[in-house]
Ligand binder design. Structure first.
Ligand SMILES: NC(=O)c1ccc[n+]([C@@H]2O[C@H](COP(=O)([O-])OP(=O)(O)OC[C@H]3O[C@@H](n4cnc5c(N)ncnc54)[C@H](OP(=O)(O)O)[C@@H]3O)[C@@H](O)[C@H]2O)c1
Length: 183
């Protein structure tokens, strides 16, 4: 994405924010910011999946085409918007968008109060400038991976809530549900 496009996205999202609409990123990332490997998640954390479902349910979700391929079907109870450069891309139950800006416009047309951007790495990177909130599940482990969440710049973002959970029989890693708000 070039700088001009990026600027346009930022402007349109600010207009959205003035309408009271919130753009949130939802992500689970390890201590070293890994979010995936070989187009898969690198952990199984049932409580995080529940958190993801509860947080995004009923709202539009925006994702990159590779994340949609991994999920393999539209997420139920949510409007699925998939960003792809492939003009002829189609999938039942999903709306294609040629870029992030168009995806935000399509989500905004639903009049939803919140829009969630759910990955993956390429899309998170492009979305950081336009997001208002980050719902981060911080997985307390250093893991091997090939896809990363951007480093959260604490000059730009402030941590507004944090809940810690230990390992248990269903969760091999300790994790924290965090919310970061743009300052
Ligand atoms: N831990 C988590 O919370 C989490 C969440 C989601 C995903 N993930 C992981 O993230 C990985 C996938 O991330 P990824 O970075 O490889 O892929 P991605 O961001 O899901 O999708 C990349 C694709 O999006 C499209 N795209 C990206 N920028 C675009 C633009 N400016 N305009 C138009 N289309 C654009 C392209 O699709 P086309 O090639 O079709 O043009 C590109 O190949 C997987 O490992 C997945 O498990 C983790």
């Amino acid at each position: 994405m070039n700088e001009t496009t990026n600027l346009k996205v930022t402007k349109s999202s600010r207009q959205g924010q003035d309408d009271g609409r919130v753009i949130g990123l939802v992500v689970a990332a390890s201590t070293n910011n890994v979010i995936g490997k070989n187009n898969h998640l690198v952990w199984n954390l049932p409580n995080d999946l529940k958190f993801f479902k509860n947080t995004t349910w009923g709202f539009p979700v925006i994702m990159g085409r590779k994340t949609f391929a991994e999920v393999n079907k539209p997420l139920p109870g949510r409007i699925n918007i998939v960003i792809t450069r492939k003009a002829d891309w189609k999938a039942e139950g999903a709306i294609a968008a040629p870029d992030l800006e168009d995806a935000i416009h399509k989500a905004a047309e639903t009049n939803a109060k919140q829009i969630f951007i759910i990955g993956g790495g390429e899309i998170y990177k492009q979305s950081m400038p336009i997001a208002d909130l980050i719902y981060l599940t911080r997985v307390h482990a250093v893991v091997d991976g090939d896809t990363f969440f951007p480093v959260i710049d604490e000059n730009i973002w402030e941590l507004i809530s944090n809940e810690d959970f230990p390992t248990d029989e269903k969760h091999a890693y300790a994790y924290s549900f965090q919310v970061w708000k743009k300052k």
